[in-house]
Ligand binder design. Sequence first.
Ligand code: FMN
Ligand code: ATP
Length: 141
Amino acid sequence: MTTVVAQGTFDILHPGHVHYLSDAASMGDCLHVIVARGENVTHKPAPILSGRQRRAMVDALAVVDEAHLGHPEDIFVPIERIDPDVIALGYDQHHDEASLRRALRDRGIDCGIRRASPRETDEDELCSTGRIIDRIVERRC
Ligand SMILES: Cc1cc2nc3c(=O)[nH]c(=O)nc-3n(C[C@H](O)[C@H](O)[C@H](O)COP(=O)(O)O)c2cc1C
Ligand SMILES: Nc1ncnc2c1ncn2[C@@H]1O[C@H](COP(=O)(O)OP(=O)(O)OP(=O)(O)O)[C@@H](O)[C@H]1O
């Protein structure tokens, strides 16, 4: 039984998220997803939707076995609880694999790190939360 963990903000779901989570699910038998707390999303604008709503939407996807709202202070607490075999990072996620590997080793967590693939996007698809919001502003405001 191979347990995989994926994580992200998942604000306003789009096909890029579904691709990432399907790819992560294909790396094992059971997929857990950690949904970032709004206060910890510091590298881009804060999410529009609440953590509770983002978690519920991710949890409803068929490829996801269980979605968890992330820990507010220590990102390794849910990892210790889930005890995954693999952490699947999104293709463009900013996390540095070497430092993540070191932090996992320091905490005594034995798991691999893999990268998901990017999705080939059709011209009529918007696979970015930021771009979906830009289009809403452009067309409705
Ligand atoms: C292994 C791992 C575990 C994480 N666990 C949490 C967590 O418990 N709580 C949280 O708020 N963020 C957690 N994060 C951080 C966010 O998911 C991530 O840094 C970010 O804010 C979402 O980025 P993205 O939506 O741009 O991909 C974790 C990140 C990693 C790599
Ligand atoms: N087109 C895509 N192909 C594959 N994975 C994707 C794609 N779009 C998003 N993802 C994955 O889903 C993860 C979580 O997405 P996130 O919540 O950061 O949304 P986003 O749409 O990338 O946000 P934004 O466009 O506002 O930066 C991303 O880090 C990325 O790895």
